[in-house]
Design a protein around this ligand. Structure first.
Ligand SMILES: NC(=O)c1ccc[n+]([C@@H]2O[C@H](COP(=O)([O-])OP(=O)(O)OC[C@H]3O[C@@H](n4cnc5c(N)ncnc54)[C@H](O)[C@@H]3O)[C@@H](O)[C@H]2O)c1
Length: 396
């Protein structure tokens, strides 16, 4: 098998160089895992490289992940509906032979065969992301985040896929009134449409254990921060850094509520780790994704920004519309996947301030829809689901 020989040289080198910090036994296991996935794939489809389908790969996390996976030697196929006019984010990838973009709606089951053809692994990122946007568009949210995603998951079976990663959220823990840390077994208490759909999809994925031919993994992400080609300034760390940099008055609700945060680059490292780690360690497992060092209250974020910008003008109010409060335990991801975040909240604030100083975000107000999940245009299509309307009919 010629392709296998190439893989051995190439991936073997990657496994040993890239995972240098990991114990030798784990490096060996990663290498063997890669060989196993490849042999299985070549037997079925005679296709040497791993091709990762990123559903929602044009978004805030997806674009950073695309660059990361291409750098690591994977092929990437992206399915995205470009709900935020974020097409510009995929343009730089189009000249890469290992990249393919497909414009389409995950809720349109008629495209699933074509989109999944030749793919080895799937990362599910797409959806209406965040409490406010799902509250604003409940109908679209149900079509995409619930029924659409569940149908897509049903269609993953029987294709010889290797790994399927569902990106979920620590928002599923909702409001924890005590000082307890939520580990993966902590009771889920989703408060928003967004988190309720995530919990339903998590359950569906985990219920497939032993019934499907792929390995599913659920990753509950902390709130992301850091720079991305599809920048989101509706995320707390990014928003606070930007507002304070611009000398705006920042109004902070419920300053003492806790949440975990994690840099977008660290999430990419973690997703790739799930792709390469032995299936026995990740198959039908749930991981909280982040690190204890980045469990922060909103007040602590303000204080960090003040270390860079001491003149910050901040006022406070209690009883905002978002009651979430959760501190998260990241022991499992640390002990099993050897994952510790490389970036702190301070690193994220610093990179955003530097980018602002270099005039990289001067057009935010003119192009607000691009820079956060504020509004979308989405309508029913001919197959009975909603789709991106390209500026016509709006569902709200
Ligand atoms: N950003 C965070 O703080 C955070 C925290 C926890 C979990 N997550 C999870 O990470 C994932 C990615 O989040 P993000 O911040 O990159 O969000 P994002 O909104 O920037 O990206 C989502 C992408 O999905 C696409 N999309 C939406 N509906 C689609 C559809 N029907 N068909 C095809 N594509 C569609 C959008 O066009 C967009 O490019 C989500 O699953 C989210 O729940 C994010």
């Amino acid at each position: 098998m010629k392709g296998l020989k190439r893989y051995k040289d190439h991936e073997g080198e990657i496994a040993f160089v890239k995972n240098k910090g990991l114990p030798r036994t784990v490096q060996n296991a990663i290498y063997q895992e890669g060989l196993k996935a490849l042999k299985q794939r070549m037997g079925r489809h005679h296709q040497p490289e791993r091709t990762i389908l990123l559903v929602g790969g044009a978004g805030y996390i997806g674009t950073v992940l695309t660059a990361h996976l291409l750098r690591c030697g994977y092929r990437v196929r992206c399915l995205d509906l470009l709900l935020y006019q974020n097409q510009v984010c995929v343009l730089p990838f189009l000249s890469n032979d290992h990249y393919e973009f497909i414009y389409g709606d995950l809720a349109d089951a008629s495209i699933h065969d074509a989109v999944l053809s030749g793919v080895t692994d799937v990362v599910l990122l797409a959806g209406l992301v965040g409490d406010p946007i799902t509250k604003k568009y409940p109908e679209a949210s149900e079509v995409i985040n619930d029924t659409g995603l569940l149908q897509l998951i049903k269609n993953l079976q029987g294709r010889g896929l290797n790994k399927v990663i569902f990106v979920s959220t620590c928002s599923n823990y909702g409001l924890i009134k005590t000082n307890e840390l939520a580990d993966e077994n902590f009771a889920l208490s989703p408060l928003s449409l967004y988190a309720k759909a995530k919990v339903r999809v998590e359950k569906e994925i985990l219920s497939q254990k032993g019934r499907v031919d792929y390995h599913g993994t659920v990753l509950r992400f902390a709130t992301a921060f850091g720079l991305s080609p599809r920048m989101r300034f509706d995320l707390t760390v990014n928003e606070f850094a930007r507002e304070i940099f611009l000398k705006h008055d920042l109004l902070v609700y419920d300053a003492d509520t806790w949440r975990p945060y994690c840099h977008v680059q660290d999430f990419c490292t973690l997703i790739e780790r799930v792709l390469v780690f032995p299936t026995g360690l990740v198959s039908f497992e749930v991981f909280n994704c982040g690190g204890a060092v980045n469990n922060f209250t909103k007040q602590m974020i303000v204080d960090k920004v003040r270390e860079f910008l001491p003149d910050a003008r901040v006022s406070y109010k209690e009883h905002g519309t978002d009651p979430r409060n959760y501190k998260v335990d990241f022991k499992k991801v640390r002990e099993r996947l050897f994952f510790e975040p490389r970036y702190t909240v301070a690193d994220g604030i610093s990179e955003i301030i530097k980018a602002m100083q270099q005039n990289l975000f001067v057009d935010i107000e003119k192009n607000r829809e691009f820079f956060g999940n504020y509004s979308i245009e989405y309508k029913m299509n001919s197959v009975g689901c909603l789709q991106n309307s390209g500026g016509q009919e709006v569902v709200s």
